[in-house]
Design a protein around this ligand. Sequence first.
Ligand SMILES: C/C(=C\CNc1ncnc2c1ncn2[C@@H]1O[C@H](COP(=O)(O)O)[C@@H](O)[C@H]1O)CO
Length: 273
Amino acid sequence: MTESKGKIRHAGPLTLRGNAIPATTTDQRLLESRGPTDWVHADPWRVLRIQSEFVEGFGLLSELGRAVCVFGSARVKPDTEHYETGVRIGELLAGAGYAVITGGGPGIMEAANRGAQQAGGHSIGLGIELPFEQKLNDFLDMGITFRYFFVRKTMFVKYAQAFIVLPGGFGTLDELFEAITLVQTGKVTRFPVVLVGTSFWSGIRDWINETLLAEGMISPGDPDLMYLTDDPEEAVKIIQEADIQREMQEERQVEATAHDVEEASEESESRRR
Ligand SMILES: C/C(=C\CNc1ncnc2c1ncn2[C@@H]1O[C@H](COP(=O)(O)O)[C@@H](O)[C@H]1O)CO
């Protein structure tokens, strides 16, 4: 705590003299203040809360290793076809060494977390605070509940190498189209988005081809940004294949950089001679 000594006070990085010296110290004002609380709801305070969500998320997830997000309906129940597919995908991903990240809620999220956990993999839930009572599902090794959708979405994209999308409603469509937009605009590269459930998704795939593409709203290659399958094994294989391609590309880049450096040093050596 900073003490007032004569006519000078050091308050953190500040040096204050004369009338600029407040009657109390910063710590005293912090510990004693009992004023209006409106500032808790003001935007500058929210910015700090948003920052703290990023810090918590980065802190929790940064050492995760390879991971895949699984999205899908919050409403499907255990012992239904889509739920069982979610469990199988969780198991397969865990078996292939991927951590499984979901929205941490019920339905497909729970199914994929359950599959990952029962196969001995990492099972992560990134929940969201909602207006109604909500809790993280029971099949998580690590969970975090975000206040802000956009912070949570950053975590999904930053810490996963791919998305698998099962049947779902608006929430699932939002996650699907955000991922596709990030791939389309080059914000993320080599990021497979795999839709599982051909009869559920073929309507939207046809609309994308027959309306979006036909009317020039997207480019000819854009529909291929999504893979479509019924087979959980194939979904995971697509992701593994993309991982191999990514690793090969990274190796080629490292080799090309090493080659450039070698050439540059040979050139400067020959100029010196
Ligand atoms: C509807 C019910 C609970 C909702 N709880 C959720 N918890 C976590 N994440 C959720 C929740 N609801 C939606 N999401 C996210 O959107 C996707 C599913 O939304 P959809 O509209 O059901 O397709 C999902 O991937 C989550 O990330 C009570 O049962």
